[in-house]
Structure formats: structure tokens, C-alpha cells
Design a protein around this ligand. Structure first.
Ligand code: ASP
Ligand code: MG
Length: 605
């Protein structure tokens, strides 16, 4: 008999009728010969209602009391669903997180799961009883037995963690949307339902997918290889499969505290081309990478950031063998790119033949501030200078001197406590293109970011480590990080610019902290722009396929949309554009990759 974990969200158990209909679906699953564990959220908007009550009493309620309060919501729905199952003649029992033994850290309101005791669950299941578990909650590991919650939306995480601990054959997340869509259907009505998506793609699409699936749930599914499905509670449609590559067997001990970084990847066969002082106007990246794609050259990392004086730098890496072609294109384009006839300095091409790329990768990078800073600090301690940085949700990549690669690898293995041998990333040109995966699986728009520009920072090793260390101390997650190519000499000191994005809500704190740092060390300025939008394309199929980034840039250029920042990972390209152009950008990119479906997918408003 197979074991299935089903999770029903708030709307799916929002009324007595809906609870009864959930009970019928559970009974059907049992009738098809399965053991079933059901995880439920609080009914409808119960949790929001409880938060509202607390706010009426206190503007800053204690996190312990909030957990005590919010964990009651799920207790209502488990009892009612159990009763509904019993009414249908199905033996069922409801259990709170504490009764199951979902043991967590004692961090109230955002506890991570340490361990799930499965004895009691298994005993009930073996008796043919359906176990209905309260999602979102657990019990602290200390002697005090404190109620804890996992953070808003945390029932998904409870469900996938239970599936991992029980070795379930599938975890099904039932919700009020039909599955995961290629983009936000409120902004692009032609958004289409995906049949499947990989966990890594899902994590990279966090800003799109997080509303449907708690990122921590995806993290657990990826780490433990839990087969996951997201589907509608109202229909029998198959929904979207969230697939993970078969993973190494991990211990279930410290279930959610597993390493944030689980691999070091490197490629010593890269060369870097930079185009300096290109005008800040739409169409430049499209032209450059369009021409490169036409020569069938696959670019790996691409970064672009803005500088003062309205001139940008664009840098990218290719496998060494492709350098002559890439360099020729850049050289041909440079003279044509004068921003104005008055501009005295022409765009300039620089080439670095001896570079290596080194990356840290892992599902735990998203939402854990300080991982990037830890990487930069480890490289600094090892005396490795960072030439280029590019980040995504599940990866931080640095371009360094090839000579430094071995030292960098040992430093990072040590810093992230990885004993396994690092993965050598064969250069992308020799990887057989992944023909099963679409080039672009989904497109996301993130309107919650602000852009920070740090100008004229002395170009000495260790600066990135200091800057991102300060932000990590303030618990601020940094999203995109870009380091400029150009070095400017100011008062005999070489300086560089850095740009990054942070959540808009953190922008002021980040800016103040960095201004203090700037004053302390006498740097240039820190400039914040809250009016930006980040658009991203994600697809495992883009690895080894020239021209994907170019197609995105061309679509944006045709609309006259200017790119303020570009950062890439193997399976993602992100651009920062002006806030008011975000929705348009999303629409044209969705169109450019033919993601539109014929039917409109119905989603609740
Ligand atoms: N009830 C909790 C919330 O609304 C947990 C969940 O629904 O996933 O955030
Ligand atoms: Mg949810």
C-alpha cells in the first residue's frame, strides 16, 4: 500500500461544505488502496483574522503569544475534517503538531523543523486510520515544550516534511489554483499551466511561485527527493508535478537545518569579455548578444550594471574556445556605440583569457541572509580577488583568476563544511543540450525590490565581504549582486562600483547601514532607487542553448525598455528595469518565448 500525504490550503477547507468535499476526496484516495496523512491549514482567512485581533491589543505582540494564538486556527480545521471523515465511515484521528512530534527550533514565528517523530503516525496508519495533522505548527525541542509556528504559509512545509520523514510515495498540495502557471495570470491573461517544473526552477522562480508553494517546502522536496504535485481541490485535473533529481540519501536529523550550500561548482575553462562605457539606452545588450547568438556562441554569465555618467559596463563569460568569435563581435560593435557625438571616450573592449568561475549552490541560499557574504569572506581570507559576481536564488557565482581556483575551492569547502569533492562544471558547450526541458519554463516579475548602487568603493580585496557582512548582520537578504568591471582611479586609489537589490521594505535600513560604512571608510556614495522591477526568465533547457538571453533582451529593446542591471545563472536571466515598465516587460517576454496558451486558466481573484 502506498502512502500519500495530502495538504489542503485555507480556501479548500474554508466552509463546512468544502471540508465535507475534502473528506470525500480523502476517502477516494483511501479506497484506491492508499494510506493517507492529511495536512490542513486554518479555515479561510482565519489566520489573518487572528493576526488582526492581536493587532487591536498590541502593536508589537510577543512572538510567543502570537504562536500560541495562531496555532489555534489549524486546530479547528483538523477536528472538523476528522469528524467529516468519521461521518463517511472512515476511521480518522486529528493530531496537533506537538502530538505528532513535529519538533522545531524554539525561534517563535519562523521555526525550522528539526525532526519528525513518526512512531505514533505509523501506528495509526497501520490500523487503517487517516491521520489529520495541523499544518504550520510544531513544538520546540527544549524542556519547555513551547508551541511554535513555521511562518506564514508554512503548512506546505509541514506537509512536505511529513512526506520526507514518512518516506511517502507522493505529496499532493491542493489549492485554489489549477497548478503552477508560466507567469502571473492577473498580469498576463494568456498564462498557461505547466505540466511539470524542477525544484531548482521553482526556487529560481520564487517570486512567482511563492504564492502557490512555500519555498521551504520546495527546499525539502529537493533535498529529500519527495515527489510533489500542486493541483486544484475543485477538479480532477492532474495539476503540476514539481520534480527533483534523485538526491543523495540525507539524514532526517535536523531536517530543515541541512546545509544551505550543498555544492561547490567550478569551471576553469572560461574567458571574460567586457564592454566598457556603453551608453545607457535601450537595445545595446540586445544588439551585442543578438550578434553573438547568431554566431552560435553560448554565453555563460552575463552582468551589466549602471554607473554614473550614464555609461554602463557589460561583461560576460564564454568557454575559452569561443573567445575569438565573442571578442570579434564585441570589437565590431564597440565603435558604433557612442552615446553622443560629443562623447570623447569610446566604448572599449577588454578581454581576460585566464579566468575561472566558481559557484556555491544550494536550495538554502534563498531566505538565509549572509550566505553570499560568507562566500566573499572565505575568498578574501584565501587571498582570492573577485572579478565578477552574479547571483540568483540558488547560486552565487564569482569569476576569479584561474590561478586562484584551487585555493578558492578548498577555502569554500572549508567555509561551508563540504567534505564531498566539488563538482567540476564541464563548460556549457560540451554539455548535451537538455532537450526535454523547455528553454524557458516561466517568467516572473518582482515588484518588491529596490536597487542600491554603491559608488567608488576602493578596489581592495575583502570589500564585498564587508559590505554584505554588514547587511547580513541586519538580517537583510540581498537578491541580485553585481560588481562592475571598470576600475576608476580616484586620488590614486582604484575604485569600483557595486550594485545590488534588496527587498523594498529593507531598502532604508540597508541604505543607512551602508552610508555609515561609507562614512567610516570614506567611500563614494550610496544611492537607492525603490522604483525598480525585476523580470526573470527561468528554464533548465537554456543550458547550452545560445541565444536565449539575446531573445529576452531583443523583446525588451523592441519596446524601448532600458535595462538597468542584468544578472544570470545557468538556468535564469534577470533584468532590472524601471518600475513602470515591469508589467509591459513581463508581457513581451512571455510572448517572445511563446508561452501563451490558447485557453485562459481560471484563477480566483
Ligand atoms: N494558516 C497559516 C497561514 O495562513 C499557514 C498556512 O495556511 O499555510 O499562514
Ligand atoms: Mg499557501
Amino acid at each position: 500500500m502506498a502512502l500519500i500525504v495530502q495538504k489542503y490550503g485555507g480556501t479548500s477547507v474554508g466552509s463546512v461544505e468544502r471540508i465535507q468535499s475534502v473528506a470525500r476526496r480523502v476517502c477516494q484516495t483511501v479506497a484506491s488502496g492508499n494510506h493517507v496523512v492529511v495536512v490542513v491549514s486554518a479555515m479561510g482567512k482565519t489566520t489573518d483574522g487572528l493576526v488582526g485581533l492581536a493587532r487591536e491589543i498590541s502593536s508589537n505582540p510577543s512572538r510567543r503569544e502570537m504562536d500560541m494564538l495562531l496555532s489555534t486556527g489549524e486546530q479547528v480545521s483538523i477536528a472538523l475534517l476528522s469528524m467529516a471523515l468519521q461521518e463517511l465511515g472512515q476511521s480518522a484521528i486529528s493530531l496537533t503538531g506537538a502530538q505528532v512530534g513535529i519538533v522545531t527550533e524554539s525561534e517563535h514565528s519562523r521555526a525550522r523543523i528539526l525532526e519528525i517523530r513518526t512512531e505514533r503516525l505509523e501506528r495509526h496508519l497501520n490500523e487503517g486510520t487517516v491521520v489529520v495533522v495541523a499544518g504550520f505548527q510544531g513544538i520546540s525541542s527544549g524542556e519547555e515544550l513551547e508551541f511554535t509556528t513555521l511562518g506564514r504559509g508554512g503548512s506546505d512545509t509541514s506537509a512536505v516534511a511529513l512526506a520526507a520523514a514518512l518516506g511517502a510515495s507522493q505529496c499532493e498540495i491542493y489549492t485554489d489554483v489549477p497548478g503552477i502557471l508560466t507567469t502571473d495570470p492577473r498580469l498576463v491573461p494568456q498564462a498557461q499551466l505547466m505540466d511539470e517544473i524542477t525544484c531548482d526552477e521553482m526556487l529560481e522562480l520564487a517570486s512567482l511561485g511563492a504564492k502557490v508553494l512555500h519555498p521551504r517546502a520546495v527546499e525539502i522536496a529537493r533535498n529529500y527527493g519527495v515527489p510533489l504535485v500542486v493541483r486544484s481541490s475543485w477538479t480532477d485535473e492532474p495539476g503540476t508535478r514539481v520534480i527533483s533529481e534523485v538526491s543523495p540519501t540525507r539524514s532526517l536529523h535536523n531536517l530543515e537545518i541541512t546545509k544551505a550550500v550543498d555544492a561547490i561548482e567550478f569551471d576553469t575553462d572560461q574567458a571574460k569579455v567586457a564592454l566598457l562605457r556603453v551608453p545607457d539606452r535601450p537595445g545595446i545588450a540586445a544588439r551585442l548578444f543578438g550578434e553573438i547568438a547568431r554566431r552560435n556562441v553560448d554565453v555563460d554569465l552575463i552582468i551589466q550594471s549602471i554607473h554614473d555618467g550614464n555609461l554602463n559596463d557589460i561583461a560576460f563569460t564564454v568557454v575559452s574556445g569561443m573567445l575569438p568569435k565573442a571578442e570579434a563581435v564585441a570589437e565590431a560593435i564597440a565603435p558604433v556605440l557612442r552615446s553622443s557625438p560629443q562623447q570623447t571616450q569610446e566604448a572599449e573592449v577588454t578581454v581576460d583569457r585566464r579566468t575561472a568561475k566558481i559557484s556555491i549552490a544550494g536550495a538554502g541560499i534563498v531566505g538565509r541572509p549572509g550566505i553570499a557574504a560568507q562566500m566573499f569572506a572565505a575568498l578574501f581570507d584565501a587571498g582570492v580577488n573577485i572579478e565578477m559576481i552574479s547571483t540568483s536564488e540558488v547560486k552565487v557565482s564569482c569569476v576569479i583568476d584561474r590561478e586562484d581556483c584551487d585555493r578558492a575551492i578548498s577555502a569554500l569547502c572549508l567555509a561551508f563544511d563540504l567534505h564531498c569533492s566539488p563538482v567540476h562544471m564541464p563548460n556549457t558547450a560540451s554539455v548535451p543540450p537538455n532537450t526535454n526541458a523547455p528553454l524557458v519554463r516561466g517568467v516572473a516579475l518582482d515588484l518588491n525590490q529596490a536597487r542600491l548602487a554603491l559608488r567608488r568603493i576602493p578596489d581592495v580585496p575583502g570589500m564585498a565581504a564587508k559590505i554584505f557582512g554588514v547587511l547580513a548582520q541586519k538580517n537583510i537578504s540581498v537578491d541580485m549582486i553585481i560588481q562592475s568591471q571598470r576600475c576608476r582611479i580616484i586620488d590614486d586609489t582604484p575604485t569600483r562600483d557595486l550594485a545590488c537589490t534588496v527587498a523594498r521594505a529593507d531598502a532604508e535600513t540597508a541604505c543607512n547601514a551602508l552610508r555609515d560604512l561609507a562614512e567610516l571608510w570614506d567611500w563614494g556614495e550610496v544611492v537607492v532607487d525603490p522604483h525598480v522591477a525585476k523580470v526573470s526568465i527561468v528554464g533548465a533547457g537554456m543550458v547550452g542553448h545560445p541565444g536565449v538571453a539575446a531573445r529576452m533582451f531583443e523583446a525588451l529593446a523592441q519596446q524601448g525598455i532600458n535595462l538597468q542591471m542584468i544578472a544570470t545563472s545557468e538556468i535564469k536571466v534577470s533584468c532590472v528595469v524601471a518600475e513602470e515598465e515591469g508589467v509591459k516587460a513581463l508581457q513581451v517576454i512571455h510572448q517572445a518565448f511563446n508561452l501563451a496558451g490558447k485557453e485562459t486558466v481560471e484563477v480566483p481573484v
